[in-house]
Design a protein around this ligand. Structure first.
Ligand SMILES: Nc1ncnc2c1ncn2[C@@H]1O[C@H](COP(=O)(O)OP(=O)(O)OP(=O)(O)O)[C@@H](O)[C@H]1O
Ligand SMILES: [Mg+2]
Length: 385
């Protein structure tokens, strides 16, 4: 491991209260390692753009500092920071061709011989053959790549991207996600990408910071956040989670034993972010795709060491790659279970008595004082779109 944090972006105690008294970002400490692809993920209005604008110097923080490497840039104007931004409305110059759009930053700095650098950028974003076209002759995705090239030509240390793919349709978005990831790997500079789309953040970023109401709720690699969420907001915002209220009955080694209704569940202690003392209340979470369904008649075939609860199928929808079940259980209604369509048990239809079971290692435990529905709204809105 290197200890050289020379190029990290470090926000310390940064906050923003606007003139009208509204606090958009609460005091926030955040380190973005040099060369990483970092995503700020959160619902509309949670303070993502405000945070990005404070890094860019477009917004003055109310408290705190912005450091780039060892340099405190908090009071530097935007053009003196080694940072560039790509916005959702990428606003290319319509009267200039693609080559000149990309060359703009160099020309403004008085650089005469721009051809070599512009050609490199055109190669990077794979638009060489379009150099002499005007922006309106390009597709949305191509225009977006021009905006990226234009922002990268001055070799910023950090590229900020604020919902850069927001104007594109879903298919193009997917392509551009991979494209941006490739470009970032190739140039190796820090990308800080703002999005409200959890799949986009997980696809692209090495590290995701989940923001909620001006606060970073949790930060980590996409798999960490998904597999081991520390709040109901994160659990619900990144995908779907089922929750059961339970009480800690005891502990055996690294495993907590929980009492839920008249049943028992196990939970690895390290996956519990609530107080783990006996009698403590926890919200037990498990993702729908981790759960297996077995018809009640075959309950005897389920290995002993699985977590299990019984229920009745309330609804099932076949969606091709999987079947999505809604199960009523005594502990919680509308438990969701996704079963991959490998072999389908014809008995698993609405009304059937079933056992839901899963590997205890896939269970997570959260503080029971939270709203189990936090962050849910946004996900269903996205699914509907
Ligand atoms: N100039 C301003 N004055 C007062 N309030 C503001 C100002 N700019 C933003 N806000 C408020 O601050 C909050 C955070 O705004 P911000 O633009 O950072 O959100 P965001 O996370 O980028 O949202 P979105 O996903 O919709 O772009 C919002 O509630 C917004 O209304
Ligand atoms: Mg925004």
């Amino acid at each position: 491991m290197t200890t050289d944090h020379g190029g990290d972006v470090r926000l310390t105690g940064i906050s923003k209260t606007y003139d009208n008294g509204f606090t958009a970002v609460r005091p926030l400490d955040l380190t973005v390692p040099q060369g990483s692809f970092f995503a700020l993920l959160g619902a509309s209005g949670c303070g993502k753009t405000t945070t990005l604008r404070m890094i860019a110097g477009l917004e003055e923080p109310t408290t705190g500092t912005v450091l780039l490497g060892d340099q405190d840039v908090t009071s530097l104007p935007p053009y003196k920071r080694p940072v560039n931004t790509v916005f959702q409305s990428y606003a290319l110059f319509p009267h200039l061709d693609i080559f000149e759009n990309i060359a703009f930053g160099l020309r403004r700095r008085g650089i005469k011989s721009v051809k070599k650098q512009v050609d490199e950028m055109l190669d990077l974003v794979q638009l060489g053959e379009h150099a002499r076209k005007k922006p309106h002759q390009l597709s949305g995705g191509q225009q977006q790549r021009v905006a990226v090239a234009r922002a990268l030509i001055n070799h910023p240390k950090v590229l900020l991207l604020d919902e850069p793919l927001g104007a594109l349709d879903l298919k193009l978005r997917r392509q551009m996600q991979l494209e941006l990831k490739r470009i970032q790997t190739e140039v190796g500079i820090t990308f800080i990408h703002v999005t409200h789309d959890q799949e986009e953040a997980m696809t692209m970023a090495d590290t995701v910071a989940v923001m909620n109401a001006g606060v970073v709720e949790q930060l980590g690699a996409p798999t960490d956040l998904y597999e081991n969420p520390r709040s109901t907001f994160v659990a619900n915002f990144l995908g779907t989670s089922n929750f059961i209220e339970a009480e800690i009955a005891g502990r055996a080694g690294d495993e907590l034993t929980l009492r839920a209704g008249d049943g028992k569940l196990s939970l690895p202690a390290e996956r519990c972010s609530a107080d783990t003392g006996a009698g403590g209340k926890v919200l037990v979470g498990v993702r729908p795709e981790k759960i297996s369904l077995t018809h009640a008649d075959d309950a005897g075939t389920i290995p002993e060491d699985r977590n299990r609860i019984t229920g009745t199928i309330a609804d099932s929808s076949f969606i091709g790659v999987s079947t999505q079940y809604v199960i009523d259980t005594p502990l919680s209604d509308s438990f969701e279970v996704y079963a991959q369509n490998i072999e389908r048990d014809g008995r698993l239809t609405p009304g059937a008595e079933v056992v839901l079971h899963w590997n205890p290692a896939h269970t997570f435990g959260l503080d029971a004082d939270q709203d189990a529905e936090a962050g849910v709204e946004k996900v269903s809105e996205d699914t509907a779109a």
